[in-house]
Design a protein around this ligand. Structure first.
Ligand code: G6P
Length: 745
């Protein structure tokens, strides 16, 4: 269908064409007429000379003889030629001696030359006439002048015919050229529109391999525009970072303003509130999960729906008929939608593929990943079940969905296939390995393709992003733009960006929790320790990635090196049971227990124990009291995406005391530079750091803690979510603009 734009475009060519033709008719054509007239005059001159030379000898003879009858007959024969109108003959004295009856009266003889106006045009009633002369002589004696009068009306006829043909030719040519121009312009326009649309989507001029490239003439322009857009984005980000102070309110406003009040949908395997049946009563637990710690406050700020596996023994009896329950239980802010799994499904998808396959695959902890086909099939099926639930929960065709972690690598693509306009923000809470390591997975391509259904794919650190880009580059046919950190695949564009996760600030118990001294007294008393006893603290799930064994060995080594600490220092390890159905985890729990027992046996005196192992679940508020009581907190993960325990410890210490010993292999080490950074594999170094922490002067503790607290305050979890949502909002705006541009084509 010819659109209005095409019509307007066509008129832009047709109007100038019409003007050009008018100009042609009024200015150029008279010139063409004059030119053709001059050509015909020349022709007539040549013709005159030809006729004159043919007549010369017989005419000269007849004039000499004075034979009027024969001359007249000769003349009459000659003017049978339709273009020769009349003939006359003048003697040297200017007398017109012979003439045809058609000879015009206005043509007169003059003495000497025969005719005064030779080579001139006469405009008479019968039409224009052209007069030419030729001298007639015999053996050097001048006899007179032959006057030839040519009919020029044919010249006018031809000239006007020529003008008509020329105008018609120009008109046809003009129309053809205009049509071709309009066609080319139209094609160019479409190319430009395509180019601008893909640029707005962040694709530049590049399309996925399956689609044709946009016009190449656009390349330099698109390059410049994209740089401009990137700079604008960077400036906006910088301005946002510098000016926005991130709170739940900021996040809410952002959602309202930039994402037009969209409710968000969060998907994770672990649910934020677990209902369990204990002694006949329903209890509510908050799970030990960095993911939940971070995302829950975001959900409370934004509201919406959180879809997760209902894993608690009383979960089913606390939901409504749509499997929904409002949370937090005390003052609901959002909806928890539970998904049910059979034991078999949980074994394959969660324990098997996610935690025996992907978890060790992504962590450098020297535990071999196990990949079973049956686990993979369950993983696919459960991802599909969650995708269906998302589609049901979405109240528009372009929802904002936050997909959490390695349990759902296939989900982004599944969502996009049903809701192509959805904004899918996927966050990978654990490290991303290098391409060789990832290549171990038999279904690596499917996993990567699944993740590339995301609009934004977030990792904690730029290093994990780099690993991911390299992995995609190695195993998939995609277009990667390193400058903008985007991947084009199957018509979809994914921004791969680092968003270091964080915690709620101010932390939730700020106004109600007892003072540091009170917490310290309470904890020390509960442990049966004296008020001056030094406390080290570790808070982890009992996971082999957390470096708990290395930490205990460092405690042992410190006690060896500094015997004065024996009896004065204890290390409290809060170790939440986790994934206990798996052999590796059971073996690890046993190793932790045995090592603690061995060290305790070695250094115990009376009731003193250097290692106090609390291998049970602790609610977050109690953990917070431990943080406030501890002189040092040890985070010695062998490999960790972020490790929020480090940030929680810092947030809990509003007295600006306490020291953080932090593994260099955590994401947190990229931000908390004032911690004592250690390589947990290097036991001597960690032992030294522990001793340094225990003997650190108060002012140094304060300086370090103050600086780390400022960082955690400014880079809190609202900023983490806010930056992702802002980026998503920009992408959404561009998508919408791109669609609008396309619609008016
Ligand atoms: C890590 C993962 C989370 C997970 C948490 C607890 O932090 O990134 O996705 O929730 O461990 O593990 P669990 O298996 O108990 O959920």
């Amino acid at each position: 269908m010819v659109s209005l734009r095409s019509l307007r475009l066509s008129l832009r060519f047709i109007i100038p064409l019409a003007l050009a033709l008018v100009l042609l008719a009024y200015t150029v054509m008279p010139l063409v007429g004059k030119l053709t007239l001059r050509w015909f005059e020349k022709d007539l001159d040549i013709r005159s000379r030809l006729i004159a030379s043919t007549f010369h000898d017989p005419l000269a003879d007849l004039v000499k003889q004075g034979d009027r009858a024969k001359i007249n007959a000769l003349f009459m024969r000659a003017i049978k030629d339709e273009r020769l109108f009349a003939l006359g003959f003048c003697d040297g004295k200017g007398n017109l001696l012979y003439k045809t009856p058609t000879f015009p009266e206005s043509v007169r003889c003059t003495a000497g030359t025969g005719h005064s106006e030779s080579g001139s045009i006469l405009k008479l009633a019968q039409g224009p006439l052209y007069v030419s002369t030729s001298q007639i002589e015999m053996t050097g004696e001048a006899l007179g002048t032959l006057i030839l009068v040519h009919d020029m009306s044919f010249v006018e006829r031809r000239s006007s015919d020529t003008q008509k043909y020329v105008i018609a030719l120009f008109a046809v040519l003009g129309v053809v050229v205009s049509l071709i121009t309009v066609l080319v312009a139209h094609l160019c326009w479409r190319g430009w529109v395509e180019g601008v649309r893909s640029m707005l989507r962040g694709e530049g001029i590049f399309r996925p391999f399956s689609q044709p490239a946009a016009s190449s003439e656009l390349q330099p322009l698109v390059g410049d525009l994209r740089t401009l857009l990137r700079n604008i984005d960077a400036e906006r980000r910088f301005a946002d970072d510098a000016t926005i102070s991130w709170t739940p309110d900021t996040l809410r406003r952002l959602l309202h303003k930039e994402l037009t009040g969209e409710r968000i949908i969060v998907v994770s395997n672990r649910e934020p509130y677990i209902h369990t049946k204990e002694h006949g009563r329903v209890e509510i637990h908050r799970p030990a999960s960095g993911l939940v710690t971070a995302v829950e406050p975001v959900m409370r700020a934004c509201s919406g729906t959180w879809i997760a596996h209902g894993s608690g023994s009383a979960d089913r009896e606390t939901v409504d008929r749509h499997d929904r329950v409002p949370v937090p239980p005390s003052h609901p802010d959002y909806t928890l939608r539970r998904i049910w799994l059979t034991k078999e499904e949980e074994t394959g998808y969660y324990y098997g593929f996610a935690n025996e396959g992907l978890w060790p695959l992504c962590h450098i902890a020297h535990v071999r990943p196990i990949f079973r086909l049956s686990d993979w099939q369950q993983y696919k099926a459960i991802n599909k079940r969650f995708a269906d639930a998302i589609v049901k929960e979405a109240d528009s065709d372009d929802p904002v969905v936050l997909v959490q972690d390695y349990h759902f690598a296939l989900l982004p693509r599944m969502i996009r296939s049903v809701l192509p306009k959805a904004t899918v923000i996927t966050f990978w809470h654990i490290p991303w390995p290098n391409p060789e390591s990832f290549g171990i997975c038999p279904w690596r391509e499917e996993l990567l393709q699944g993740m590339l259904g995301s609009t934004i794919l977030g990792f904690h650190t730029p290093f994990h992003c780099k690993n991911f880009l390299e992995t995609v580059d190695r195993y998939l046919e995609t277009r990667i733009e390193h400058e903008s950190s985007t991947i084009s695949h199957g018509g979809n564009l994914t921004l791969v960006e680092s968003y270091p996760i964080s915690i709620q600030w101010p932390y939730p118990w700020q106004d109600t929790i007892p003072t540091v001294d009170e917490c310290r007294n309470e904890i020390l008393t509960s442990l049966g320790l004296s008020p001056t006893h030094l406390i080290g603290l570790g808070v982890d799930r009992q996971d082999y990635t957390k470096g708990i064994l290395e930490r205990f060995l460092a405690v042992e080594r410190m006690l060896e090196l500094h015997p004065e600490m024996v009896g004065r220092f204890s290390f409290v390890q809060i170790a939440a049971p986790t994934r206990s159905a798996l052999d590796d985890y059971q073996a690890f729990e046993a190793q932790v227990r045995n090592l603690a027992t061995r060290i305790n046996q070695r250094f115990s005196t009376g009731s003193y124990q250097p290692i106090i192992l609390k291998a049970e679940h602790h609610e977050p508020e109690l953990v917070n009291r431990y943080y406030r009581a501890a002189d040092v907190c040890m985070v010695t993960s062998l490999h960790d995406g972020m490790n929020l325990v480090a940030k929680e410890y810092v947030a809990a210490r509003d007295d600006e005391k306490g020291v953080l010993v932090l593994s260099q292999f955590t994401g947190a080490a990229h931000e908390l530079h004032e911690a004592l950074l250690v390589n947990p594999y290097y036991i001597e170094q960690t032992a030294d750091a522990l001793f340094q922490a225990l003997s650190m002067p108060a002012f140094e503790q304060q300086e370090r803690m103050r600086s780390m607290r400022a960082l955690v305050r400014d880079f809190n979890v609202y900023r983490w979510a806010g930056r992702m949502l802002l980026d998503a909002a920009r992408i959404r705006q561009r998508e919408k603009l791109a669609l609008r541009i396309g619609r008016h084509q």
